[in-house]
Design a protein around this ligand. Structure first.
Ligand code: NGF
Length: 293
C-alpha cells in the first residue's frame, strides 16, 4: 500500500466528445504523465472528474482503468461520494478490489440530512473496506456545512484518517488542526495552498496540479525550507494561471489547457458550456506566460 502523503492531482475525465464515451487513450496518457511527475498520486472520480455527470458504469470503468494504468506506481485515492449511499458503497468496494490506496467521499447531498445522519452514513461507508478514508469537505458545492468540531467527530470514525478540505474558512481549518493534530489534512483550494500549509495542512489535492505539478511541489519545498519569499512568488504565479481558469470555468479551462499540452480531453459534459474564442485566447495568454514549457 502506498503512503497517503503529499500532493494529488484531482483527475479530469477525458471524453471523445460532449455526449461521448470516456476517451481511454487520453486517460492513459494523462495518468502516465502524472504518475511520472513529482506528485504523490491521483484523486480519481471527484468533482474535477465530473463524477456526477457519469453513470455508475462509467465511474466504475474510470476507477478500474486508472488503477490498471497506474499499476502501483503512485498513490490512488478513489472518490465515491454520491447522493445514493448504496452506489457509494459499491464504488468503495470496487476501489478496494482494484488496488486503490484510499477512499474519499463528499457527504450525500441535496436532502438536508442532520449531522447525526451524516455521521452514521460515513461510519457505514468507511466500513465498507479496510482502506483509509478521507472525508471530503466542500461546503460551497455540496451545500453541507460543518463546524470544526463536527469534522473532528467524523475524523474519529473507524478507518477515517483525515480530510480533503476545499473550504475557504482557514479559521475553522486551523481549529480542526488543533482538535485533531494526528489527522491527515489536505488543502483543496489550489489558490490558497500556501495559506493552508501555514495553518497546518499536510499536503493538497487540486485540479490545477494537472498542469502545474512542479510548481505545486516547489511551493511545498519552499514553505518547508522557510523560504517564504520564494513560496509567495510561486503561489503568485500559480494564482495568475488559476485566475484565468476560474474566469473561464475551472474544469472546462483545465481540459482546454491539457488538450493544448498534447492530451486531447474533449469538452465537459452538458450542462457545462463550451469555451468561446475570447475565453480560449485568455487561457492561451495565461498558459504562454505561466505554464513552464
Ligand atoms: O474543481 C474544483 C471545484 N475544486 C478543486 C478541487 O478542490 C476539487 C480545486 O482544485 C477536487 O479536488 C476534486 O476533483 O474533487 C479548484 O479547482 C481550484 O482551487 C481552483 O479554484 O470545481
Amino acid at each position: 500500500m502506498n503512503d497517503l502523503n503529499g500532493y494529488f492531482a484531482a483527475l479530469p475525465t477525458p471524453f471523445t466528445d460532449r455526449q461521448g464515451a470516456i476517451a481511454e487513450g487520453s486517460l492513459d496518457d494523462l495518468v502516465e504523465r502524472l504518475v511520472t511527475s513529482h506528485l504523490s498520486g491521483l484523486y480519481v472520480g471527484g468533482s474535477t472528474g465530473e463524477a456526477f455527470l457519469l453513470s455508475e458504469q462509467e465511474r466504475a470503468a474510470l476507477l478500474r482503468r486508472v488503477a490498471r494504468t497506474c499499476a502501483g506506481r503512485s498513490t490512488l485515492i478513489a472518490h465515491v461520494g454520491d447522493p445514493d449511499p448504496a452506489l457509494s458503497g459499491r464504488l468503495a468496494r470496487l476501489a478496494a478490489e482494484a488496488g486503490y490506496d484510499a477512499v474519499s467521499a463528499v457527504p450525500p447531498f441535496y436532502y438536508r440530512y442532520g449531522f447525526e445522519e451524516i455521521l452514521r452514513h460515513y461510519e457505514w461507508l468507511a466500513g465498507q473496506t479496510d482502506l483509509p478514508f478521507l472525508i471530503y469537505n466542500f461546503p460551497a458545492l455540496s451545500g453541507v456545512h460543518w463546524s470544526a468540531d463536527q469534522i473532528a467527530q467524523l475524523c474519529d470514525l473507524p478507518n477515517v484518517v483525515g480530510v480533503k478540505n476545499t473550504c475557504g474558512d482557514l479559521f475553522a481549518f486551523e481549529s480542526l488542526r488543533r482538535l485533531r493534530p494526528e489527522a491527515r489534512l489536505f488543502h483543496g483550494f489550489d489558490e490558497t495552498l500556501l495559506a493552508g500549509l501555514s495553518m497546518g495542512a499536510d499536503g493538497g489535492i487540486g485540479s490545477t496540479y494537472n498542469i502545474q505539478p512542479d510548481r505545486i511541489v516547489a511551493i511545498d519545498a519552499a514553505f518547508r525550507a522557510g523560504d517564504m519569499d520564494t513560496a509567495r512568488s510561486l503561489q503568485a504565479d500559480a494564482n495568475a494561471l488559476i485566475e484565468a481558469m476560474v474566469a473561464a470555468g475551472v474544469i472546462p479551462a483545465l481540459k482546454y489547457l491539457l488538450t493544448r499540452s498534447g492530451i486531447p480531453m474533449g469538452d465537459c459534459r452538458p450542462p457545462f458550456g463550451q469555451l468561446d474564442a475570447d475565453a480560449r485566447a485568455a487561457l492561451d495568454a495565461a498558459a504562454d506566460r505561466y505554464i513552464p514549457a
